[in-house]
Design a binder for this molecule. Structure first.
Ligand code: FE2
Length: 428
């Protein structure tokens, strides 16, 4: 006897006509033709049932603040940072909480049930830290929020930043962040990586640094991050976020660098929507794309996730918590068009970020929490193509969001038809 039984699902690994049984909030059976009683039976009708979407790189303290106090005119990273600096003194805790909770509602409606958010710790009041710690507790029943102590203005460049960051960790922030390319000098950047990795090692924490978010091919802090990860035995716990300078680096140097990243067990997070809009702003033509070398990192065995990074804030005026939009952009910018590469784009917003964030509760396996998303698509590639509608979203076996299938009703010259944009079924 199950509490919930989903029938006739397609799974992201290609298995078809699979049933999934849920009891007490956990997946207890994954098999074909399960014949058992259930409190509720849902017919997936050949649609894709996926583990939930996971965003390994986001900024929930700035989200939904677009236009406050003004709009980023140049569209650059640096104006975004300056604009955020103007907004910070005006922030209130109530407004921060309200915007973050509103974004979490968007996320859940999109089947996005885990987010790693950086939180700026350079404001000595730590208002945003307090606000997001509150939000983390509030959303716990339906969304895993992991927080990174992020020294936006530089751990060495901003007075008091290290003390603030340590206070944020003491308050319960989960992960150590950094921004070496924003320190005053390359040497300070390297020193910031050393200090922050040592802090994480002392406290047994993970590290996720904004690293080399720059078009400068000489921004090589990822090399230092890999070095200290290995020196301190932090393998598997460290992430280089953005790594956009790698886009512009010399190919010979990259041929040495990527194996070093792999050897150190450092993972990478690209943020395709933001990288394609913020990078290359100083170029005339040709304009660089700026996204890091995703296919090459994957080929070397480096885990790569795609993050949303920003949604309606000083750096990005669009975004809606749709990780399929993120995967769609990553696929295009990285020219990842083979079937395997397209599948890896789906993994970059589902299973890979779960591994990077150390989330062991979620995943389509017997014994895991019954978190999943039913998509209006027949496989992961179609899900990306259509940015598929989330027909249903479940957390611990409870349905927490539903959206009707998008079916257009046509009437062409008296010939009525229903159009749902699903591809005609034929073997590929
Ligand atoms: Fe970021």
């Amino acid at each position: 006897m199950f509490d919930l039984l989903l029938k006739h699902c397609v799974l992201p690994d290609g298995r078809t006509d699979i049933d999934i049984g849920v009891r007490d909030g956990r997946i207890v059976a994954i098999d074909r033709n399960i014949a058992a009683q259930a409190g509720e039976i849902v017919d997936a009708a050949g649609c894709l049932l996926s583990a939930p979407f996971i965003d390994a790189h986001f900024h929930m303290d700035s989200t939904l603040s677009y236009g406050l106090p003004r709009v980023n005119q140049s569209g650059t990273l640096l104006e975004g940072i300056a604009l955020w600096g103007e907004l910070k003194p005006l922030l209130t805790q109530d407004a921060l909480v309200e915007r973050a909770l509103a974004y979490c509602d968007w996320a859940v409606s999109r089947g996005l049930l885990a987010v790693r958010s950086h939180v700026d710790v350079c404001d000595p009041r730590l208002l945003a830290t307090e606000a997001l710690l509150h939000v983390r507790e509030k959303v716990k029943p339906y969304l895993d929020l992991q927080l990174v102590a992020f020294p936006q203005d530089g751990i060495l460049r901003a007075p008091g930043a290290m003390a603030n960051l340590v206070r944020a960790l003491d308050m319960g922030v989960d992960v150590v962040g950094g921004i070496p390319h924003f320190e005053r000098t390359m040497a300070d950047g390297a020193e910031s990586v050393r200090l922050l990795c040592e802090l994480a090692a002392e406290r047994g924490l993970r590290v996720d640094m904004h690293c080399d978010e720059s078009d400068d091919p000489m921004s090589r802090h990822i090399e230092t991050l890999a070095f200290h990860t290995q020196r301190l035995g932090l393998q598997g716990r460290v992430v280089g976020s953005h790594l956009t300078s790698m886009h512009s680096m010399d190919n010979y140097y990259v041929s040495k660098l990527i194996p070093l990243i792999r050897e150190a067990g450092v993972a990478a997070i690209a943020n395709p929507l933001i990288n394609i809009t913020l990078q290359g702003r100083h170029d005339t033509y040709p304009k660089r794309r700026g996204m890091t070398r995703v296919p090459e990192l994957l080929a070397a065995g480096v885990p790569v996730a795609f993050g949303q990074d920003c949604a309606m804030d000083p750096w990005y005026s669009l975004g809606s918590g749709d990780m399929l939009e993120v995967a769609h952009m990553g696929l295009h910018v990285g020219q990842m068009t083979s079937r395997d590469a397209m599948l890896s784009c789906f993994e970059a917003v589902t299973t890979t970020p779960a591994t990077i964030m150390g989330l062991t509760e979620t995943g389509l396996e017997v014994g895991r929490r019954a978190d999943f998303v039913l998509l209006h698509a027949r496989d992961p590639i179609e899900a990306i193509r259509l940015r598929a509608t989330r027909l249903g979203v479940w957390r611990a076996g409870r349905r927490i969001a539903s959206t009707p299938a998008p079916v257009a009703k046509l009437d062409l010259q008296g010939r009525p038809a229903n159009v749902d944009l699903l591809a005609p079924q034929r073997p590929v």
